[in-house]
Write a new protein. Structure first.
Length: 421
């Protein structure tokens, strides 16, 4: 979560009635490098989600979920090991059991949030789902080792991926130096891989919205991690744009992150965007609260995942499914345009083979897919304005509300995304 928004994020409490699963159970995920997503079958796990009150059994009533990230579910280190050696696994166990009961076995656990008894900075944190002291560094690294061991020992059969920290470049979440965060990464990696070689270790997420904290922390972190042999399986960022930002702005932030990895000589690993939304307020008056509604909300949700594929991201985790909450620019709950677009795009592309995206004249984007020997395309504009697409192959055009009509004259005007088949 972005710093200025998060104080309320941990306090929200809308409970959703549990419903039958929408998706078939998922297997433990495999790992493919980010380069060359073209030619790969789109997995359900591309469609990641945060779910408010999952720790109390909440679940979306009518939304397919491919993977779940546990954050702001009261599953931080501080919430589980409130005193040294005493673990309360209730929230984590309920979260995992709820997801698995709905057929979702792909679960990403964030290991962050130093307990008050272990922190080197009792004043660090206190916002954004992190308890007071939670942003501090553990005073004794053996305590971190014990925590990681305990999680894997108790949930190694259920958790498929472990993320070392949340937004490690922002002081709201971490006051650790790049070298210290690299140490935590290495120690956790060694423990997790020794106990469960099939588990995925995800690098700490880095926020990209605030350029200063990103530039000061992330290149130095990568340098330190390289010295330790690059002990991660996946790279992670949060590409929330500024509150007035668009999907194109989000893509630029993602490209900045990717360029930084390449400049550091980081090895090719899968790219996961482990939090995303739009219109988030702060910091400062230049970033006002923005409500994104209607067709624009639908378009931007779909573009988040399509642009992710285009950029080489094999996972995007939306933040988050819950009842109305003005903190988020795009609302994600049953019946909203964003939720409908998420569901429609999931149905369009999961199980299809991605054949890449191409953009003409810097604006007209066409993403191509194959399913059962039949080719279809999704088209949209980069600038969000309606434009004409011509010479389209197909007989039908479908919109993100699920409706389909005949495609006439092999052309259409749209801002998109729309499906042509």
């Amino acid at each position: 979560m972005i710093v200025a928004l998060s104080a309320a994020a941990a306090l929200m409490g809308t409970v959703f009635v549990a419903q039958p699963a929408n998706a078939a159970p998922t297997a433990r995920p495999d790992l493919r490098p980010s380069a060359g997503l073209t030619g790969q079958v789109v997995p359900a796990s591309l469609f990641g989600m945060h779910i408010a009150n999952l720790e109390f059994g909440a679940w979306p009533a009518d939304l397919p979920i491919g993977s779940v990230r546990l954050w702001d579910n009261q599953t931080t280190w501080a919430r589980i090991e409130k005193s040294q050696g005493n673990f309360d696994w209730t929230n984590l166990r309920t979260s995992i059991n709820t997801a698995k009961s709905k057929g979702v076995n792909d679960i990403l656990m964030v290991l962050a949030g130093t307990p008050a008894w272990a922190t080197d900075d009792p004043a660090a944190g206190g916002l954004a789902g992190v308890d007071p002291g939670g942003a501090g560094f553990p005073r004794d690294l053996s305590w971190w080792d014990s925590w990681v061991n305990a999680v894997v020992d108790n949930f190694g059969n259920d958790i498929t991926a472990y993320q070392i920290w949340n937004e490690a470049n922002l002081s709201t979440f971490s006051t650790a130096s790049p070298e210290e965060m690299a140490q935590l990464t290495k120690r956790a990696y060694d423990i997790i891989k020794r106990k469960d070689p099939t588990a995925i270790v995800v690098a700490p997420s880095t926020g990209t919205r605030l350029r200063g904290p990103f530039q000061r922390f992330y290149p130095a972190y990568l340098q330190e991690l390289g010295k330790l042999g690059w002990p991660v399986d996946v790279w992670s960022a949060h590409t929330y744009p500024a509150s007035l930002g668009t999907p194109a702005d989000r893509a630029q932030l993602a490209q900045l992150w990717i360029d930084t990895l390449q400049a550091a000589g980081a090895p090719d690993r899968p790219l996961w965007d482990t939090e995303n939304n739009f219109g988030l307020k702060g910091p400062g008056p230049q970033n006002p609260d923005v409500d994104i509604e209607g067709r624009q909300a639908a378009d931007w949700v779909a573009r988040t995942y399509l642009d992710g594929l285009d950029l080489g991201m094999s996972r995007v985790y939306w933040y988050r499914f819950e009842g109305p909450n003005d903190l988020w620019g795009i609302q994600m709950y049953n019946g909203t345009p964003g939720a409908q677009a998420y569901k429609t795009l999931y149905d369009w592309i999961v199980g299809a083979t991605f054949q890449g995206c191409a953009t003409k004249r810097g604006n007209l984007t066409t993403c191509t897919f194959d399913r059962a020997g039949k080719r279809f395309r999704i088209v949209y504009t980069q600038n969000g304005s309606r434009a004409k697409f011509t010479r389209l192959a197909g007989s039908q055009v479908c919109t993100l509300d699920g409706a389909c009509t005949a495609l006439r004259k092999k052309s259409l005007r749209t801002s998109g995304p729309v499906l042509v088949k």
